[in-house]
Design a protein around this ligand. Structure first.
Ligand code: NAP
Ligand code: SF4
Length: 673
């Protein structure tokens, strides 16, 4: 057993014929670097950095074994020797850094985003506009050949093994369920027939590649869709796959079309470990737990109580390539934690952009930006301790500048502090902890509770000033709101400086309007306590029910406020929210009876309430509290003329400012100073 704060996590584990140095798997993530120019070089740098950071086993993003199975029409694919050759540099670098690496084979079936898609039956996924063609018997045999070819090519490129995706609503999981498989031939109908394709694929790869080659199988431990598999069926599949040659099961929960959130911030940490723990009871080979495992203590708790043998962690490796090394060395506070926002990773992939990371702007851009020591170390004042200022301060200080950070409030964080109050966003506290740690380790002088003014400037002799003084809430020009005690701004509410009455109207339905509505209606526990989350979404931890769903959600917390959200634009409420997260918040609020009204014109506020017009009809919304979430204005500070001044974040441009842009701007300036 290893010593250190996470002894189980850091202990070696035997998987098949391979010994892995610790129990952390960097899980497969599609980044779209795979489709970029210089993909091989960029992937080598990306995975090489994570291998150097101490992870035991890396799984690549998914490669389709044939044209039909690509997520997009342009891949990524592993079908030819030429495609394999580009990946040789990846395996070389990873092996040189002492880690193992498997290539993920991913046939997306009816989830593919192109019109050449195929599936067991001609049944369209509810979230896809394309209807699949049903595979013929001959097509299925060819598909098995394609998987075998892909594994062969992977081995030729130096991979230690493959991970086969058998979950998520992709091809192999489609075959396993009546939801997507209505066949009545050898590949459908009975449980054995529905399991035949994945089992035959594993059997074939094992027979061709021999016992040393790692075969991991990403198994759906709970499908979370109607007509998904029951626990018994999953156990039967796992047993058959083990007999066919699987060395390790890596867990997965949900199908992409499931209406249960599985990875985004409203999901409590380790909320789905119950499904892995249940599966593990009948297994003869190791299994890795998955979903919302973002800190080493979460992983250690799962492993030390025997709920799983390994952990499968993906996005936290975008956030911090050195996650494992920091955990191993007891530097947990230095970990840049994935806050499960999905903003720059999943949301980018779903909108055809390369993945990045909100908390780590360097992620997946390892070859694109140089971090070099400052050629001329200077004395720099950073004014504002929000995300832009913090990001700039630690980056500039790490490069050798002498940085002083001025923050008018008593604590660092700026708008991050507001996010921390929102249900599901408590992970933002980890970002504050990370910045605090980096400020200390990079030697930034921090002066909180300090207004930056001419006196300070005179004392200190700075060479440059970075203005990151953020934003102030914008107040609409609406008769009656000035001085009315019922009117509060979002920051007053989220910081507890103001309280809301029973009847609340919210002006503004951007990200902050939604955050305020969630703050007023959802108990934090739904997003932080697994059992409460499971009850809220009607999950069946026993998996006796198909798909692991009990039916309608069981436990709705009673609405604490009567809320009306308003905006002037017409169209879908929350249209600006993230593609992979917006639906979760909208669903919460709709179930809580929150009214969302678009296309309104505001007239005035008086003792009767908020006067509006909608569709040409005047109306009064009676209220106890009016919360203003109408965007922001820049809040720049006065600076002298004789010094170089750099404006970043909201102080520079308040429109569409979010933490991602603020952190990125701070980082870029920190690299350039
Ligand atoms: P926002 O997204 O720009 O939304 C501002 C809202 O206020 C809009 O609904 C707008 O709708 C309304 N508005 C603007 N000017 C107004 C005026 N003069 N009078 C009345 N209403 C007005 O800004 P935000 O909600 O403050 O969010 C700031 C940034 O943080 C955004 O980039 C947002 O995406 C980001 N954010 C994201 C999340 C997330 O969960 N992803 C959460 C919080 C914040 P109308 O103009 O149609 O009335
Ligand atoms: Fe995690 Fe957000 Fe970064 Fe994605 S963008 S890896 S969810 S912190």
């Amino acid at each position: 057993m290893s010593t250190g704060p996470y002894p189980t996590l850091m202990s070696p584990v035997k998987v098949g014929h391979t010994v892995l140095k610790n129990r952390v798997i960097m899980g497969g993530m599609h980044t779209r670097i795979e489709m970029s120019e210089n993909a091989g070089e960029r992937l080598a740098a990306f995975y090489g950095a994570r291998a150097r950071g101490g992870v035991g086993l890396i799984i690549t993003g998914g490669y389709s074994p044939n044209a039909a199975g690509g997520y997009d029409a342009d891949g990524p694919f592993l079908m030819t020797r030429q495609q394999a050759a580009e990946l040789e540099q990846v395996t070389e670098v990873v092996h040189a850094e002492g880690a193992k690496i498997c290539l993920q084979i991913s046939h997306t079936g009816r989830s593919a985003r192109h019109d050449g898609l195929v599936a067991p039956s001609e049944i369209r996924s509810p979230i896809n506009r394309f209807t699949p063609r049903a595979l013929s018997h001959a097509d299925i045999l060819e598909t098995i050949d394609d998987f075998a070819n892909c594994a062969r090519l992977a081995r030729g490129a130096g991979f230690d093994g493959v991970e086969i995706i058998g979950s998520g609503g992709y091809l192999l999981s489609e075959f396993t369920t009546r939801r997507a498989n209505m066949r009545d031939d050898d590949w459908g109908g009975s449980v054995e027939n529905r399991h035949r394709l994945p089992v035959e694929i594993v059997r074939r790869i094992r027979s061709e590649q021999g016992p040393e080659f790692l075969i991991t199988y990403r198994i759906g431990a709970a499908d979370l869709v109607e007509d998904g598999q029951t626990g018994d069926e999953i156990d039967q599949l796992a047993a058959a796959l083990t007999d066919a040659g699987v060395d390790l099961f890596t867990g997965y929960v949900g199908w992409h079309e499931s209406r249960i959130p599985t990875v985004a911030y409203p999901v409590p940490r380790a909320a789905f470990t119950y499904a892995i723990e249940r599966l593990k009871r009948g297994l003869k080979v190791p299994v890795a737990a998955c979903n919302r495992i973002n800190m080493p203590q979460v992983a250690e708790d799962i492993l030390s109580r025997g709920a799983a043998d390994m952990v499968y962690i993906s996005r936290p490796f975008l956030a911090d390539p050195d996650f494992v090394a920091k955990a191993r060395d007891g530097r947990t506070d230095a970990i840049n934690t994935c806050i499960a926002c999905n903003q720059l990773c999943l949301d980018h992939i779903m909108t055809d952009r390369e993945a990045g990371c909100l908390v780590n702007p360097a992620a997946a851009r390892e070859t694109l930006f140089d971090v070099t020591p400052a050629t001329r170390p200077r004395k720099i004042a950073v004014v504002g301790g929000g995300p832009a200022g913090l990001s700039c301060a630690i980056t500039a200080a790490a490069r050798g500048h002498d940085v002083t950070l001025f923050e008018a409030a008593d604590t660092i964080g700026g708008q991050i502090n507001l996010a921390c109050a929102v249900p599901g966003k408590t992970e933002y506290k980890e970002l504050l902890r990370y910045y605090q740690n980096r400020l200390e380790t990079t030697g930034v002088t921090v002066r909180t509770g300090t207004i930056f003014d001419a006196t300070i400037l005179g004392e200190q002799g700075f060479d440059a000033i970075v203005v990151a003084s953020g934003v102030t809430p914008r107040l609409p020009d609406l008769p009656g709101i000035a001085g009315d005690p019922r009117v509060v701004t979002y920051d007053e509410l989220l910081t507890g400086r103001a309280k809301a009455g029973h009847r609340v109207a919210i002006i503004g339905m951007g990200g902050i309007g939604f955050d305020v509505a969630k703050f007023l209606s959802i108990p934090q526990e739904v997003t932080t306590v697994p059992a409460v989350f499971q009850a809220y979404y009607g999950l069946d931890p026993t998996l006796h029910e198909a798909g692991g769903l009990l039916g309608a959600a069981l436990s709705f917390p009673p609405a604490r406020h009567q809320i009306t959200m308003l905006q002037r634009k017409v169209g879908r409420p929350g249209a600006t929210l993230g593609v992979s997260t917006g639906w979760i918040g909208r669903g919460f609020l709709q179930r809580q009876g929150v009214e969302m009204r678009t296309g309104v014109t505001y007239r005035r506020l008086d003792s009767d309430g908020l006067h509006i017009e909608q569709d040409g009809k005047p109306e009064v919304i009676a209220l106890d509290t009016l919360v203003i979430c109408a965007g922001q204005n820049p809040n720049p500070v006065h600076t002298p003329d004789d010094l170089p001044v750099h404006l970043i974040g909201g102080a520079h441009r308040a429109t569409e400012l979010d933490a991602a842009r603020a952190i990125e701007e701070g980082w870029r300036l920190g690299l350039a100073l």
